[in-house]
Design a protein around this ligand. Sequence first.
Ligand code: SAH
Length: 353
Amino acid sequence: MNAVVERTQAASSPPCGEAPRFTEAELLRFITTEDPEETEELFAAARAVREARYGRAVYFRGLIEFTNYCKNDCLYCGIRCSNRALRRYRLSFEEILQCCRMGRLLGFRTFVLQGGEDPYFTDERVCGIVRAIRREFPDYAITLSIGERGRESYEAFFRAGANRYLLRHETANDEHYRKLHPAGMSLAERKHCLFVLKDIGFQVGAGCMTGSPFQRPEDLLEDLLFLRELEPHMVGIGPFIPHADTPFASYPAGTVAQTLKMIALSRLLLPGALIPATTALGTIDPQGREKAFRAGANVVMPNLSPVGVRKLYSLYDNKICTGDEAAGCLLCMQDRIRGSGFEPSMIRGDFIG
Ligand code: SAH
């Protein structure tokens, strides 16, 4: 019998949706397989696990990209501080709140505030923003994604009313991490932040890029093992896409196939995870997000940022949806979800353990 079927029988029988205990060798085989039948089995198993927990719902998060200033210099990222070609912007306190109000009108119940590591946004300023959103939107989920800070900062954000935090680990192999980041940044610190965030009580999102320069299948295996160890509530996985004004401009993008397999494996290892169909996946393949739902993803994060700044939050080239109004993005995503056999859901969509 096929290994996936065999190992996921427990996983696919509702209601518990238990995770199969794959060996490292099995995981590596799934990471590298190009057999269409085996891949399809993997996706079917991931779908079954996800359905046992979450049904066919796909949850919406309103993404507000509030600053593209960044003090970091990650080699893959278009908003790295060395990129002098990029015009920088920050949304004002009032503009951020306006995005949330627009989000509420559209029916969103979760806001994600993402940005570069911008020193202008001190703990005090971030807390001020979070408190203001919390006051106006008492029962909404507030997610932050603003990089590495110390425990005290994270605790202050939590007290101010933030519930979730996204911080991809990017790659769980130390040597690989050093090839993607400047000296001074470390995987150990990144991992530490994730454990601290979890300890404080945030719903935490980790994740990685697929196909980033120098990545080996063994690195992807380490990503999965790290996810299994951390047990995050959310897992963001998207393909690396080159950005013209970075040192990795001429490296190839990650592939749809590899990304989908990593999504499916993450779903099998962490049945309750909230896994987005990422914009990066939609960028390398117009049907990428639909394919992600079929591989176990159950979240989308349409953009609520003002259209005027969308292009400036330029992590990689040719990012999609930069010209569309939020309402248009919402309708388009709802159609895509229904069209692929799933159900758009505007509830908060918290982690189901
Ligand atoms: N400063 C925040 C947010 C970073 S941007 C933080 O440190 O978490 C959000 C994510 O975009 C990153 O975690 C990274 O995985 C992804 N990203 C950055 N550059 C990319 C690229 N060139 N291709 C694909 N994804 C990229």
